[in-house]
Write a protein that binds this ligand. Sequence first.
Ligand code: N01
Length: 544
Amino acid sequence: MADSLRETSVPGSERTDEIEEFDAIVIGSGVTGLYSLYRMRQLGFSVRAFDDAGGVGGTWYWNRYPGCRFDSESYSYGYSFSEELLQEWDWKEHYSGQPETERYLNYVADKFDLRRDIQFNSRVMSATFDEAESRWEIDLEDGSRARGQFLITSVGSFSAGYVPDFEGIDSFKGISCHTRGWPAEGIGLAGKRVGVIGTGATGVQLITEIAKEVAHLTVFQRTANYCAPLRNGLIDDETQKKIKASYPEIFRKCMETAGSFMHEFDKRSAMDVSPEERLAQYERLWAEPGFKKWLSNFHDVMIPGEANEDYAEFVRNKIRERVHDPVVAEMLVPKDHMFGSKRLPCESGYYEVYNQDNVLLVDVREAPIERITSKGVKTKEAEYELDVIIYATGFDAITGGLIKLNITGQNGQKLKEKFAAGPRTYMGITTAGFPNLFTVNAASVGNFVRAAEPLVDWVSETMSYLRDNDLKRITPTIEAEDAWVKHVNEDGANILRTQANSWFVGANIPGKARVLLTAPDTAPAMRAKRAEVAANGYEGFILE
Ligand code: N01
């Protein structure tokens, strides 16, 4: 199994006495971690980032599986803080693939000389708050330690890969891999019998790509997804110039929308226009690239109800049109959840894969996987012999990466225990009893870079406020936290994201509490809330 999925254990005998001291400790050097380093350094803080990876990129370092790419426009995803960077960097494709995105993040790290403050191959095993000194201390796998006044968890939403606890999983004699731990040198799949478990956004991208080279592909699907054509393309020189000239406009648009994407909902209701006009709009958007068909649609397509079901049926019919065998087509048509209640995977030929003679779709809801054998996968109905098993089984999203850090706050309280019934935070970013801890990974939603920049700005400005006012720590009050948790649960109850069993609500992990893991609010509302809290002298926080 992939190195990245190893269980953590607190180091013992190798522990060293040497402790490095910083103002801020950042965990992770993905998009949020890199910007945290840049911004905090700019404000004069001493800062060190620790990453268990061998290089920068976070998600874009670990997810090297074939087909991995953006589903938001590349130029809406880049950092906005440097005009020079924006003008220097040429995105090659409208929806950049993993190798290009990893190259971009390396370019950023080099351009702003960020590497000198990043310690790679350094897994954080635990983080403990020292009450007397008001400092966080982290233990690394090699036994070394570091301390900082502030602890910033930039570990991303999807850093804890999830592999189901299948019986016999270690008995398989072939190659097996979770998509997050895909080896940099690749896995030679040509001529092999390959099985993929999972058909979420990752599985959809992977399956489409590897179906081009494998001898035989077996896809184990538990839930069919609504997927929409990505319609990617290369960026020509003229378009490149236009993009570079319109960055202020692109970012302005992103900052106005709910998920910080470039697309704005149509304010009309789908049901207020004639059926002909409705269908014409669905078809027009379907022919457009990316998320437009989702996020530029009639606004009530994204609200549970009649419009949502009308559009869902349109998408189901699009799937039926593309798959030749009607039985297979019906297996691929989602019927048990609402359109948009799970993240919409964008694809480039996914459904046509099932028209290939060497591809078999297996329904593992009907006949669940019973065990992994030495030869392959055994379901309730049959055993499938394979050379390679790929687990595209997702992530213990948002809280999983945090819990893995073994964080202990005041009075020995463990974050794992505190979050057992779901995350308890104030604004997704702080939690009572854990002073100066900023869980930035848990508060980024939608387009990650667009969300990360203002979030990290707020955290850095808060740190500056403490420094300028001779304060040592900031902790939310229990009352503010209770009110926030109530808001998340109550206002989140009726939104689309809580209607399906997905990672949004922790339902993909057996035993995990079913709670909305993100804020139910739009990105502009979250920014306004944070600004208001700061303007009111950090309302809801205790400053000491
Ligand atoms: O993970 P998932 P993902 N037996 O949890 C199945 C982002 N992302 O890695 O639906 C059989 O969505 C599970 O089945 P079910 C994006 O935000 C972005 O695909 O639970 N099957 C499902 O099919 C996305 O939402 C991009 O019934 C089992 C799959 O495994 C998020 O990452 C690309 C099983 C997991 O799907 C996560 O996506 C990729 C079992 N025991 C990802 N357990 C971009 O384009 C699980 N499954 C930017």
